[in-house]
Write a protein that binds this ligand. Structure first.
Ligand code: PPS
Length: 327
């Protein structure tokens, strides 16, 4: 069902690549997207064993489930906080008394962190509905039931240069990465970073964006007009329309500075219980569009842009069609 191969990378944890061959060897036939899946390898920590893949494959969904799928550092936690509140009747009190990452668990987290918790079982055993589960897995490695049952999926994408900068700081801060930014960019464009290929991850969902159960949105749209995203998402999730004062309260709650300042809005504390973090580590780093402009050298930008051009050419899509202009 799954092929795997080992790769050499500069990451501080061993990585492998996984491909979904499907039960008949021709890829994940349960996905609405029909294409040749033989080029879709996903880089993952080697803790993503055959047995682990099978457990994800067997994961039972419920009709009311909502999943949030993102490539790492795309604004997942921001969207988790927003969608969790919509799905939970705007319960700000609960949102202010536990971490977003606890209220909305991470399906494959046990393959990343070794804190002794079995997160697949944890997701499985949630008693309340709807469950709101996060995953960084690409479409073909997600549980087939997502698709067979038509569960609601929110897909959040962020432009690749900001993803690289944010990932570099995050992985360095958590000691998952010990090299330079130049080496990091090289590994990213060579698909030697966890969850890459970045573009395969994004484009597959972009091409499924008109499926009834898929809500495709970008970090850039959230930054430009969060109110509009809230309204569209609320309709997608069949939530009640927000009054003006509820909307104002929600937008204030989701504001970067406010989230950063709240103990349970900022995951820095929680992450430091999972890994030894560097002294200057802060999960809520800059929270802007275009931080790559003052952090990536022209050479590194060029490498990522070349990857983008090469990849998107085949699909006749441009980066600015997906993310809007970043100039
Ligand atoms: S993770 O670890 O993959 O789940 O990280 P993820 O949550 O996807 O991404 C973290 C980045 O999102 C930024 N962030 C926000 N931006 C704007 N507003 C709000 N409220 C917000 N919350 C989180 C966070 O700062 C990381 O981006 P960078 O560029 O590193 O600041």
């Amino acid at each position: 069902m799954y092929a795997r191969r080992s790769i050499k990378s500069s990451a501080s944890v061993p990585l492998i690549q996984v491909q979904c061959k499907g039960p008949n060897g021709s890829g994940p036939e349960w996905l609405p997207l029909k294409q040749d899946w033989s080029s879709r390898w996903c880089t993952l920590p080697d803790r993503f064993t055959e047995e682990f893949s099978q457990r994800i494959y067997d994961f039972n969904t419920r009709d009311s489930d909502v999943f949030l799928v993102t490539f790492m550092k795309s604004g997942t936690t921001w969207m988790q906080e927003l969608a969790w509140l919509l799905l939970n009747n705007m319960n700000f009190e609960a949102a202010q008394s536990s971490y977003t990452m606890i209220r909305s668990p991470y399906l494959e987290k046990s393959a990343i962190y070794s804190d002794g918790v079995d997160y697949i079982s944890l997701c499985n055993d949630i008693q309340t509905n709807p469950r709101f589960i996060k995953s960084h897995l690409p479409a073909q490695l997600l549980p087939p039931q997502f698709w067979k049952k038509g569960c609601k999926i929110i897909y959040l994408a962020r432009n690749p240069k900001d993803v690289v900068v944010s990932s570099f700081h995050f992985l360095t801060g958590l000691d998952f990465w010990r090299g330079s930014l130049d080496e990091f960019v090289d590994d990213f464009v060579a698909d030697k970073m966890a969850f890459t290929s970045y573009w395969a991850h994004v484009i597959d969902f972009y091409r499924m964006r008109n499926e009834e159960n898929v809500f495709f949105v970008t970090y850039e749209e959230m930054s430009r007009n969060l109110k509009d995203v809230v309204q569209r998402l609320s309709r997608f999730l069949d939530c009640k329309e927000l009054s003006e004062s509820e909307m104002d309260k929600l937008l204030t709650h989701l504001n970067f500075k406010n989230m950063k300042g709240r103990k349970f809005g900022n995951s820095t504390g929680l992450l430091s219980t999972l890994r030894k973090t560097k002294d200057d580590f802060n999960f809520m780093r800059r929270g802007i569009v275009g931080s790559y402009k003052d952090e990536l050298s022209p050479e590194n930008r060029n490498k990522i842009d070349k990857l983008t051009e090469r990849f998107l050419e085949e699909y006749g899509v441009t980066e600015s069609e997906i993310f809007g202009s970043m100039e």
